[in-house]
Each structure stands twice: as C-alpha cells, then as structure tokens.
Design a protein around this ligand. Structure first.
Ligand SMILES: Cc1cc2nc3c(=O)[nH]c(=O)nc-3n(C[C@H](O)[C@H](O)[C@H](O)COP(=O)(O)OP(=O)(O)OC[C@H]3O[C@@H](n4cnc5c(N)ncnc54)[C@H](O)[C@@H]3O)c2cc1C
Length: 87
C-alpha cells in the first residue's frame, strides 16, 4: 500500500515496530514452512526405521534455524531496499 501510494507521488511515512516485510514472510507462513520441513524429514525417517528400513536422516535443527534467520533477514532487507528506493 505504502509503495503504491509513493508511486502515485503521495508523501508516505512508514512506521514499523519490528522489521519491514510483513507477518507471512518474517514470522508466519515462510518460517513455519521451513521448520515444518525439518519435522517432516524427521517423521519420514522414523517411519522408515519403524518399517525396518535403514534411515539416519535427521535434521540439524540449529542449521535449520540459522537458515530460517538468513531467509527472513534477506526478505526484510529486500523489503527495506524496495521502500528506500521508492519512498
Ligand atoms: C505462525 C503463522 C503462520 C501462518 N501461516 C500461514 C500460511 O501458511 N498460509 C497463509 O495463507 N497464511 C498464514 N498465516 C497468516 C498470514 O501471515 C497473514 O494472514 C498475513 O501475513 C496477513 O497479511 P497482512 O498484509 O494483512 O498483515 P501483515 O503481514 O501482518 O502486515 C503487518 C505489517 O507489515 C507490513 N507489510 C506487510 N507486507 C509487507 C511487504 N511485502 N513489504 C513490506 N511491508 C509489509 C504492513 O505494512 C504492516 O505494517 C500465518 C500466520 C502466522 C502468525
């Protein structure tokens, strides 16, 4: 909305308590899906083992969390750049 208004030459100010980018990208859909993918991997591995099949695929949760932070930080930086370049 702010970007659309700025493109129409309106004076725009953005006040954001935390990082710019929105709930979905930074705290909702995207981080949730990254963490769920780790749980799905662990669950699949357990079901393989329960069926007597060898499986040692377990996620490295600290790596996954670090990836989630990198991903959401890059989304936020992109949003910030778009705002800086437009507003
Ligand atoms: C844990 C969790 C998981 C979720 N999972 C899903 C899911 O899987 N599927 C689904 O459909 N919904 C999911 N949601 C809901 C989804 O995140 C919200 O419905 C959606 O974010 C609402 O968008 P909004 O733009 O109304 O508000 P918000 O995203 O909360 O916006 C709040 C603030 O961010 C700013 N903002 C928003 N977008 C941008 C942007 N692109 N760039 C810069 N600033 C921006 C707004 O201006 C505002 O100040 C989930 C929510 C949570 C909390």
């Amino acid at each position: 909305m702010a970007l659309a208004a700025a493109k129409e030459k309106w004076k725009v100010a953005i006040i954001e308590k935390k990082a710019i980018g929105g709930t979905c990208a930074l705290w909702g859909c995207v981080p949730k899906k990254v963490l769920i993918s780790g749980e799905e991997l662990a669950n699949f591995s357990q079901r393989m083992a329960a069926a007597g099949l060898s499986s040692n695929t377990t996620p490295d949760w600290s790596e996954l969390m670090a990836f989630k932070h990198r991903l959401t930080r890059s989304f936020s930086q992109d949003s910030r750049s778009r705002c800086k370049n437009t507003i």
